[in-house]
Design a protein. Structure first.
Length: 357
């Protein structure tokens, strides 16, 4: 995918301060501390899924075009996964398109020998139009999930998402196919990703016809893109019991302290792809808070999302990344610290095809 207005929003920073200084509406109560024992409830037709608030993003695993994956990385990923598992972070997010299925295969290898109830796996229906969508428009999500389960050597996934709003089938048709996955016992919960408020409410309505609740909506959210909060999407999700998950929670590494104006992230990292010199003031605030709390910059950026009741996805492929990201648990930012971050945050942009809100 190229950095165009249809898919990615690569433009000049648009500070939130121009519209609103700080917003504590969604900040969790002061006594709410995200920890390895915290569980988030995802609504299901035949039973809910209870998962940790911290989600391991598996996009990098097997993906060569964006993340330049090499097979020899697997052993390090396995060690990082074992560390996460030992710390209660047993929830992995992947997708059928990641590495053209290789990410799911890697997940399957990580799950070998583990009791099925010891981990939670979420994958996404590949919505780019294919022949199966024309020949079998309703059962296309079912057929795609059957292939997923073979790649991971599993009987079911915990959560199955529609990856984006660009499917050629109608929302009603997609909902019917996703509901069939639940009725066949192939998925416990159903969600979406990158859906606007209207699209989300429409598929929620269609799923309800089959007794299936909408469990989650996954969109880009971070200090670099607060648009889902400012658009009202976060509010609607909270009101309807739909878990809001955030991807690109660290701005594809831009909020970790790893990159600078002189040492820029790879051009293939295209979400929130602002020039580093334009977002250095944001990173500086995160760095100051991290130093005061003696934790990683990544932990502060992730805790910012957690403190708003958002379940952040974060890619992990090294032990150090696992350690730095797990440090986001066991504490929370004060309202004053959240305000400091809010004051340098960006609204972010929507795109024509992929990121609606």
């Amino acid at each position: 995918m190229s950095a165009v207005s249809g898919i990615h929003g690569a433009k000049k920073p648009n500070p939130v301060i121009a519209e609103k200084d700080t917003n504590l509406e969604f900040v969790q109560p002061k006594n709410w501390i995200p920890s390895k024992n915290t569980l988030i409830t995802y609504k299901g037709k035949n039973g809910d899924v209870h998962a940790p608030p911290f989600v391991i993003g598996a996009w990098p695993w097997g993906d060569k075009s964006t993340w330049h994956w090499k097979p020899e990385e697997f052993d390090e990923v396995k060690r990082a996964w074992q560390l996460c598992l030992a710390n209660g972070a047993n929830f992995i997010d992947t997708a059928q398109v990641y590495g053209s299925g290789e990410s799911e295969e890697i997940c399957g290898k990580l799950f070998q020998g583990l009791p099925r109830d010891s981990f939670i796996i979420q994958t996404k229906y590949y919505v780019v139009p294919q022949m199966v969508d024309i020949l079998h428009p309703t059962t296309a999500p079912v057929k795609a999930l059957e292939d997923t389960l073979k790649r991971m050597n599993l009987d079911y996934v915990d959560i199955y998402l529609v990856h984006g709003p660009i499917h050629m089938q109608s929302i009603a048709t997609i909902a019917k196919g996703m509901a069939e996955c639940v009725d066949k016992g192939m998925a416990k919960c159903i969600g979406v990703a990158n859906y606007s408020i209207d699209e989300m409410l429409k598929i929620e309505e269609e799923l309800a016809k089959y007794g299936v609740p909408l469990a989650t909506n996954q969109c880009e959210y971070s200090v670099l893109r607060r648009l889902p909060e400012l658009s009202g999407l976060l509010r609607i999700c909270a009101e309807r019991g739909i878990v809001f998950q955030s991807y690109s929670s660290l701005g594809q590494g831009r909020l970790t302290g790893k990159y600078t104006a002189e040492h820029k992230p790879p051009k293939s990292y295209r979400f929130s792809s602002y020039d580093m010199k334009d977002i250095e003031p944001i990173v500086a605030v995160l760095k100051t808070i991290a130093a005061k709390r003696q934790t990683s910059i990544s932990a502060v950026a992730l805790n910012y999302n957690l403190s708003r009741g958002i379940s952040p996805l974060v890619g992990i492929r090294k032990m150090q990344q696992a350690q730095e990201n797990l440090a986001a648990l066991g504490w929370r930012l004060t309202d004053e610290e959240i305000g400091e971050i809010d004051r340098v945050s960006l609204k972010g942009y929507s795109t024509e095809l992929w990121q609606r809100d």
